[in-house]
Design a binder for this molecule. Structure first.
Ligand SMILES: *Cc1c(COP(=O)(O)O)cnc(C)c1O
Length: 436
């Protein structure tokens, strides 16, 4: 990586670079997670600010992929279900995720996608409420929640009818108010802990408490939290949670998601996707469904063994690392980039959409600009990988496992150069591709 030609910079920018370089070096010297970079297979010279969309490849995961395909599938064939304990993978993987959520480990299981798992927990929560408070039909959520979360509630509303399930989506600052005003009609509050665009973090403990005071069950989506934020699901008395593993957990594209259900609810859980893997004794092949105990009842069909094995290996990178430590590093990275951005681009045309207060900001920054898509493409062409979120957000993710503060200074300087030269105006950067 080469820095921009210093002669082209204003003297105050040059000064800022000197100060930032020193700070980056100091922060990196104190970083107790710095050695984890060696766990990853990343392309040379690539500054990867998209671990919040697709985590990079852990070397252990690559080795396991080879082993599970060549040895387990290739040589041991169907005996692997027992010999390599494929059948236990959903539980084993769940118990590796649990410490990152700070919860008792039997309450987490890996399966399906967030969308499918949301359907299961929403149905379980709705039917629990139906039995005791049939007047509760509302599912409260946030207008700018991730679309799939809202779509799943809309689909359930179609299936069950509005008298059983009706979505009420409100603005982020109206959540406490709607809990007060609609508490008695509400079955479920479903929120994403970290907003996927802005990175704003909800106060899980306070919101869960407010909802419980009105008899509402709470479902948290942890897509942008697990592996990078400090969580405490048991302490916060969360009812249900879901999350994916291909973002900060580095499980690979389309890796299975996870479900958390508080143990106190287990005896009351019923969910309609009553597949054979969730049966009490799947290999009895009996006629009638009988739900398995505890988290087993969230399983539906045959687990994707290759993907689940890769995820299992990827999670070993987190072994012995607390979520508090991950949060501290991610927060330091995000704050450093934020400060570098402000110092290097004082007259920026970007609008910072993420909170300024680091304590309520996840491991990402959202920068709004009418040319955000092209700017993102120009960054990628300069080996800084970020992503674009419609309509106008350049989104930068700061995974705590493989980035250094010095990487982020380089990334900020690249961005400055692209903005100063307006190189994003080049038409090669202006054409939209299928996946953004
Ligand atoms: C990434 C993400 C999802 C993805 O859902 P899948 O069904 O696993 O594809 C869901 N919710 C949020 C908040 C996300 O950020």
């Amino acid at each position: 990586m080469t820095l921009p030609n210093r002669q082209s910079l204003a003297p105050n920018a040059e000064n800022a670079i000197t100060i930032l370089t020193e700070r980056a070096k100091e922060c990196d010297a104190q970083d107790s997670l710095a050695s984890l970079i060696s766990e990853f297979s990343l392309p040379k010279d690539c500054i990867y600010l998209d671990g919040n969309s697709l985590g990079p490849l852990p070397i252990r995961a690559k080795q396991r992929a080879k082993e599970v395909v060549e040895q387990q599938w290739g040589e041991d064939l169907i005996t692997s279900w027992n010999k390599h304990k494929w059948i236990d993978l959903p539980y084993k993987v769940g118990s590796k995720i649990a410490p990152l959520l700070r919860c008792e480990s039997s309450q987490v299981i890996a399966c399906d996608s967030i969308s499918v798992n949301l359907t299961k927990v929403l149905c379980a929560a709705l039917s629990m409420q139906q039995r005791t408070s049939p007047q509760r039909n509302l599912v409260i959520s946030q207008r700018d929640n991730f679309p799939t979360d809202l779509y799943m509630v809309q689909g359930l509303g179609e299936l069950l009818g509005a008298a059983r399930c009706e979505l009420l989506s409100v603005e982020q600052d109206a959540i406490y108010e709607v809990i007060e005003t609609h508490g008695q009609q509400t079955a479920v509050l479903m929120l994403t802990h970290v907003n996927f665009r802005s990175g704003l973090v909800h106060d899980m403990r306070a919101i869960t408490k407010a909802a419980h005071s009105k008899g509402i069950l709470v479902v948290w989506d942890l897509a942008h939290s697990a592996g990078t934020l400090e969580l405490a699901l048991d302490e916060c008395e969360v009812d249900f949670a879901v999350g994916c593993t291909y973002k900060y957990l580095n499980g690979g594209p389309g890796a299975p998601a996870f479900v958390y259900a508080a143990k106190r609810h287990w005896p009351h859980i019923q969910q309609p996707l009553s597949g054979w893997m969730g049966h009490k004794r799947p290999f009895d092949f009996c006629h009638d469904y009988q739900a398995g105990e505890g988290m087993a009842s969230f399983l539906v069909g045959t687990p994707p063994v290759v993907s689940m094995s890769v995820l299992d290996a990827a999670l070993d990178v987190f072994d012995g690392i607390s979520s508090a430590k991950l949060r501290a590093k991610a927060q330091s990275l995000t704050q450093f980039f934020y400060e570098a951005f402000c110092a290097l681009m004082p007259n920026t045309e970007f609008l910072m959409v993420s909170p300024q207060d680091a304590s309520i900001r996840g491991s990402q920054l959202a920068l709004a600009h009418p040319e955000a898509y092209a700017i993102c493409q120009a960054l990628i062409a300069n080996n800084v990988i970020a992503d674009f979120r419609a309509p106008n957000i350049l989104r930068l993710g700061f995974s705590p496992l493989f980035l250094s503060h010095q990487d982020l200074l380089h990334a900020a300087l690249r961005l400055k150069e692209i903005m100063d030269k307006k190189s994003y105006m080049d038409k090669v950067f202006q054409t939209k591709q299928a996946v953004t």
